[in-house]
Design a protein around this ligand. Structure first.
Ligand SMILES: [Zn+2]
Length: 63
């Protein structure tokens, strides 16, 4: 038995499981994780630090 997973699902899982950490102040967020948005073949991850308002972003391109 196998469950089909798209590249998008795999990437989401990868990032959903990783904690958000602010590079500016070192704040470590284990609750909210990343906001995920998609546009075309790209996935954007954004995390806004509640302490210093720094914005961490990742952008992944689907193969
Ligand atoms: Zn911060």
């Amino acid at each position: 038995m196998s469950t089909h997973r798209s590249p998008f699902d795999r990437l989401r899982q990868k990032y959903d499981r990783s904690d958000s950490e602010c590079r500016q102040c070192g704040y470590h967020d284990t609750d909210d994780g990343w906001d995920v948005t998609t546009s075309g073949d790209r996935i954007h991850y954004q995390f806004v630090c509640p302490v210093c308002d720094a914005v961490e972003t990742r952008e992944l391109r689907l193969e």
